[in-house]
Design a protein around this ligand. Sequence first.
Ligand SMILES: [Fe+2]
Ligand SMILES: [Fe+2]
Length: 273
Amino acid sequence: MKILQITDTHVGRPGHVGYGLDPRARLEACVADINAHHADAALCLVTGDLVNDGSDAEYENIAPVLRALRVPVRVLAGNHDSRDGLRRFFPETPLDENGFLQSAIELPHGRIILLDTMVPGAASGALCDLRLDWLSRTLAARDDTVCLFMHHPPLALGIEYMDRIGLAGNERFWAVLKPFRQRIALIAFGHVHRPVSGLWNGIAFAGTPSTVQQVALELGPQPELHLNFNHEPPCYAILDISGAGVIVHQQRYTHNWDVLPRLGPLSRTAVSA
Ligand SMILES: [Fe+2]
Ligand SMILES: [Fe+2]
C-alpha cells in the first residue's frame, strides 16, 4: 500500500515569497508530480507547518492546492499551524476525545497513527499526559504493526538549533513506545527540513525535507546558536507499507527526471541473478 508524505509547505498569503521561493508554486509542482506519478496512493499525509502564521488567509491560499490532489489528504499540526484553522479548512481531520488532532487509520497491513505534537506559541513540540495516554491506549488496542506520523522529531538529530526545538520531554514518548517496540515499523516526521533516517531505541525513523527552504546541514555544537536555510531540493516521500515492512522513497520532484541514454546493453547475468 502506497502512502505519501508532504511536509513543511509553509504557504503564506497570496503572493508570499520566502527565502527567494514561492511556497504555493512549489506545492503546486509537488501536487502535479504526485497526480502524474502516484495518484494510486491510498492517502497523502501533510505532516505540519502547512502555513506560516496560522491565519485564515494562509489556509485559504493552501487549501485549494491540496484539494487538487487526486489522493485523499489528512493534515497534522506543526508549530506554525493553528488547530482551529486546520479543522475549519480540512474538516475531515479527526480529533481524539480531548480535542487533539490525533487519530488512527486502518490499513490492510496494520495502522497509521497520527500524532499532535503542537504547543501553541512554541516552536518546539510536546506530547502532554493526555496525548501520551491516548497513544498508549491506541497502541494497546490492537496487536498489529503501526507507522507513526508526527511533526516534531522525537530525538536529537545533531543540528543543535533544530534539536532545541524538537519534541520536548521525548523520553516520556519513548517510554510509552517501549512495550510496543516490535510492532512499530516506522516513525515519520517533518519539521527538520532535511532528509534524515536511522534507528533509535530499536525503531526506524525518517524525516522528509520541506517543499520549500531546507535547513543547512551544520552538525555539532553551535558556539552561537543559529539556523541557516538553503535551496537544497524539495521532496515528498512515498512509503510502501506491506506485511513485510515499510520502504521509504523520497522524490525530488523539481529535479530533472529525463532518462539518460544507455551506455550499452543491460547485462543478462545481472537481470537473471
Ligand atoms: Fe517547518
Ligand atoms: Fe516545524
